[in-house]
Design a protein around this ligand. Structure first.
Ligand code: F6R
Length: 609
């Protein structure tokens, strides 16, 4: 997730672009850049780090010009650096482009362009667009954009300018957000509304595959083939703070809603669709040698550790390999037994958690090979691991992790399935069946989010419970752990997770009429066991909420309430069953008058012990 902006009008473009980028820093902040077209041609400035570093660079030289484009980056391809910052230009420096999204076929396009003599300057996927535009440019920028779009696959919102066309900015989107601000004598583009509110409240929303050509005094719209399209402006009356959160009340709610897109981004580029469905991890350097491991060890902290617990079950199920999973703060002080054939999977949203890094370094020193799963390109974890698989969730602002967690799960499943396939545990047909189920998950996650009012109503009746216990078996136990953490960290409710079979070994003594028990029931082979456990807690006066499949009636008579999730294969339910639990934690916090984005005593990134 990055932020793009563009301005054409009668003002100096540089301050407008910088100002607009400031409003989009929540979308990415590892580097920034602008390209402004003035009398002397196109001037491009870029800087690694927060926007202030770009500002400092520019303040030394005023860039004159009344049109330009800008970008604030959250790296996906190529670590944060000046050269990888946007805008990217063609070889002559006449065409500049800013991009938010992921070009999935960039490697193929890059190879083709290199074969035609182009020398790339950056490691980004975006640079291919600048060179393709150049290749297709025959004097008409719109035609060059249309021809280029026919070659690229993936998600994108683009802003394009060309020295030879000093009166236009071209903008286009597919699967990435983009709005066009319509002002008086000026027009703007932006990834999100807050960037343009200071200049206008009249916006056009672009649909996928639509192209906008912005002039100073009008905007023309076209479909992907260049046929004109009529569009109307919409008046936006959000205040700036609400707009930054995309109209949601909190970043956490916004980020939960971003899960379908984040899951799609994390999955899509890793699936080969040419013949039978297979997984493509070659891009990250994962070859058959990794699958020869004799043991997988997963270490992480907090929510990321819960992704590791799911990972253990997934690896055992799909790849039949022994797996240890451990919290990093314990692992680093134990005297663990290493085997040179171990591989370590280290999971961390930030890639900077002190305990997680210490565990990773310990394993590395012992000769183990390391796979990192992280959300931050260029983080310490990403730099020090042997192989990195990124969660393409975009920046997570709320302290409580939501979209990073579900995308960590997606990465873990992809690696586990690939292991299973390479080790001959999964046949090609089984692999394809599992991939097809993964591909349905983003839409299924969306369906759960669309029904969030049901969870909200449930929370408004139960937010004051003094004890909330989550229980489940296998994958459902892992999600119980995550759900209890989410609830306690943002609503300060005393919540715990239990492996359902463990209840009778002690915890059931705590159950009374003030207890809410959330029973996650998606492991079909264990429904009868869960049903008994629910009856046991109900007999002690607890209220029981069951989370199960939408077409499942096993618990109709036992549960007090049922929340239903779409059916998927049992091992993949964690990516769905966690969503109602995230929503429940969120609505309990809101009902209690708390700010879910900033829970007390917690920091987003725990870089000290
Ligand atoms: C909980 C949460 C934390 C983090 C933990 C590890 O919502 O966000 O438990 O998961 O601090 O952080 P990372 O993933 O950055 O290593």
């Amino acid at each position: 997730m990055c932020g793009i902006v563009g301005y054409i009008g009668d003002k100096e473009a540089t301050p407008v672009l910088i100002n607009a980028l400031k409003k989009l820093e929540y979308r990415g902040y590892d580097s920034a850049g602008i390209a402004v077209l003035g009398k002397e041609g196109l001037a491009v400035y870029k800087a690694k780090g927060a926007l202030k570093f770009l500002e400092a660079k520019i303040s030394k030289e005023i860039i004159k010009g009344s049109m330009g484009i800008g970008h604030t980056r959250w790296a996906t391809h190529g670590e944060p650096s000046d050269v990888n910052s946007h805008p990217h230009t063609n070889v002559s420096g006449k065409i500049a482009v800013v991009h938010n999204g992921i070009i999935e076929n960039y490697a193929k396009l890059k190879a083709w362009l290199e074969g035609n003599g182009i020398v790339f300057r950056s490691q980004t996927d975006t640079e291919v667009i600048a060179h393709l535009l150049d290749f297709n440019y025959k004097g008409n920028l719109l035609e060059a954009v249309i021809a280029t779009l026919k070659k690229i696959e993936g998600s994108y919102a683009l802003g394009v300018i060309c020295e030879d066309n000093p009166d236009q900015i071209i903008a286009v989107r597919k699967d990435s957000p983009l709005v066009i601000g319509s002002g008086v004598g000026e027009n703007l583009i932006a990834s999100d509304v807050p960037a343009i509110l200071e200049y206008t409240r009249e916006v056009y929303y672009l649909n996928d595959h639509e192209i906008a050509v912005l002039y100073r005094d009008r905007v023309d719209f076209f479909d992907a083939d260049g046929t004109p399209v009529a569009k109307k402006t919409v008046h936006v009356d959000w205040d700036v703070a609400a707009a930054e959160k995309g109209g949601y009340e909190h970043f956490m709610l916004k980020e939960m809603h971003e899960q379908p897109k984040a899951l799609t981004d994390t999955l899509r580029a890793r699936i080969k669709t040419d013949s039978k469905r297979t997984i493509n991890l070659e891009e990250i350097g994962f070859d058959a040698s990794w699958a020869k491991a004799e043991r997988v060890v997963i270490t992480a902290c907090g929510t990321a550790w819960h992704a590791g617990v799911v990972g253990k079950y997934a690896f055992e199920h799909f790849a039949r390999i022994p797996v240890d999973v451990d919290v990093a703060s314990e692992f680093r002080y134990r005297n663990p037994v290493f085997n040179p054939k171990d591989i370590f999977i280290i999971i961390s949203q930030s890639g900077e958690t002190a305990d997680t890094l210490a565990a990773m370094r310990m394993a590395k020193k012992a000769g183990a090979r390391i796979i990192a799963i992280t959300n931050v390109v260029g983080s310490t974890l990403a730099r020090e691991a042997d192989l990195v698989m990124y969660t393409w969730a975009g920046p997570e602002i709320a302290v409580a992790s939501t979209k990073a967690f579900t995308t960590q799960l997606m990465c873990v499943y992809l690696i586990a399935l690939q292991f299973g396939s390479l080790r001959g545990v999964l046949s090609p047909a089984e692999l394809a069946k599992n991939i097809e189920a993964l591909e349905k998950l983003p839409a299924q996650a969306q369906a759960i989010l669309d029904g969030k009012e049901e969870i909200q109503r449930f929370a408004s009746r139960n937010f004051n419970k003094s004890k909330v216990f989550f229980m489940g078996r296998l994958f459902d136990y892992a999600i119980s752990l995550e759900s209890a953490l989410k609830l306690k960290e943002i609503s300060y409710t005393h919540s715990e997770a239990f492996a359902a079979g463990e209840l009778k070994h002690g915890p059931i003594a705590l159950v009374d009429t003030s207890t809410l028990v959330v029973a996650i029931c998606t492991q079909t082979a264990l429904f009868d066991k869960m049903d008994s456990n629910i009856k046991e807690v109900k007999a002690r006066g607890a209220t029981a909420l069951v989370i199960t499949y939408d077409d499942e009636h096993y618990f109709d008579k036992t549960a007090d309430e049922i929340f239903r999730i779409p059916r998927t294969l049992d091992p993949f339910t964690p990516m769905l069953s966690v969503i109602p639990c995230q929503l429940f934690a969120y609505y309990c916090a809101v009902q209690r008058g708390l700010d879910p984005d900033k829970p007390r005593n917690l920091a987003k990134s725990v870089t000290v012990e």
